[in-house]
Design a protein around this ligand. Structure first.
Ligand SMILES: C[S@@+](CC[C@H](N)C(=O)[O-])C[C@H]1O[C@@H](n2cnc3c(N)ncnc32)[C@H](O)[C@@H]1O
Length: 306
């Protein structure tokens, strides 16, 4: 299906100001970012934030940094950030720059880059493209020494689940977001399979291609997969712990649900571009009992050949 809406206007790229309060009051997100920024930004350091939104993460950084460059592409948000920062202590250390992070470079080398264009599974938002492009251009301008990145690492996983797609008695197999946690354990059919570890200081992937077999651990109806993303924002080595933000999981119905029993093996395959649509990921998703794993490989092979 085609859409007439330009890419930069799609939700995920474009988040209007009246949605930002959800992010601002989400303590699962804010608290680890605040701690990670405090741990990572050196006193009097220089920080770049790509995708600054309301400016809140830049403001956290400004409590320690000498200068913070806060890049935001949406003019309404850049204006809002500027006025909010003017009313918060040390906000004058932040320069809000109206620019596209895909092209922007700071006027001087920076100690830390903060980028929160994160979406579970790295779909829709352009976190990986932006940082991939930034690193290449930064290296050309300032040499091989890279700044530190927040997040430091993102880990992606997939899990077969049984999901109740019933809403007030109405069954609708829609993609949905849910907070992860022990309450979901009832629907788990197997432990998560970790398919990518993105180390932002190393080569950043721009696409994912996964074909795996998983052993089912609980009887049930395999009718959906859950995509999980945990972001390691910083590491506290002295305390042997990480500051993490585990995002809401994305539950995607599979095309042909089937019953499974503990001990059986299932095959799951999918492929997608970083920043691509949920629909494209879902269209590529194939899940079968193990006996049909050859069909999964054929499917992937045929898709690639097409
Ligand atoms: C998920 S929001 C996070 C906002 C803010 N950093 C925070 O944590 O509250 C991502 C922000 O990135 C901005 N953005 C998306 N693509 C961008 C681009 N190519 N260049 C600059 N900003 C961009 C969006 O307008 C949005 O404000």
């Amino acid at each position: 299906m085609t859409t007439d809406v330009p890419e930069e206007h799609l939700l995920g790229q474009f988040i209007p100001l009246h949605y930002h309060f959800n992010m601002l009051r989400d303590q699962q997100r804010m608290a680890p970012f605040r701690e990670a920024i405090d741990l990572t930004v050196p006193d009097n350091g220089v920080v770049l934030e790509l995708g600054g939104g309301t400016g809140v993460l830049s403001w956290f950084a400004a409590q320690k940094a000498r200068d913070v460059y806060c890049v935001e592409r949406n003019p309404a948000l850049a204006r809002a950030a500027q006025s909010f920062l003017a009313n918060n202590s040390n906000g004058d250390r932040v320069s809000v720059i109206l620019a596209d992070a895909m092209h922007y470079l700071p006027p001087e080398p920076v100690d830390v880059v903060i980028c929160e264009m994160l979406h579970v599974g790295m779909v829709r938002e352009k976190q990986l493209q932006v940082l991939h492009s930034f690193k290449e251009r930064y290296r050309q301008r300032f040499g091989p020494l890279m700044p530190r990145f927040i997040p430091d690492t993102s880990v992606l996983a997939i899990q077969p689940i049984q999901q109740d797609f019933c809403f007030s008695g109405y069954t609708a197999r829609v993609p949905l977001f849910e907070p992860p946690g022990p309450h979901m354990k009832d629907s788990w059919l197997a432990d998560p399979f970790f398919y990518s570890t993105i180390d932002y200081s190393a080569e950043i992937p721009l696409a994912f291609q996964v074909a795996t077999e998983m052993t089912i651990q609980s009887d049930g109806l395999f009718n959906a997969v859950s995509l999980l993303t945990n972001n390691f924002l910083a590491f506290v080595l002295t305390e042997k712990r990480a500051v993490t933000w585990l995002m809401n999981q994305l539950v995607l119905p599979i095309q042909k649900p089937f019953a499974v029993r503990a001990g059986e093996t299932v095959s799951i395959a999918f492929e997608y571009q970083a920043g691509g649509s949920i629909e494209a990921l879902q269209e590529s998703l194939v899940a079968h009992p193990e006996t049909r794993s050859a069909a999964v490989s054929d499917h992937i092979y045929l898709r690639r050949a097409a």
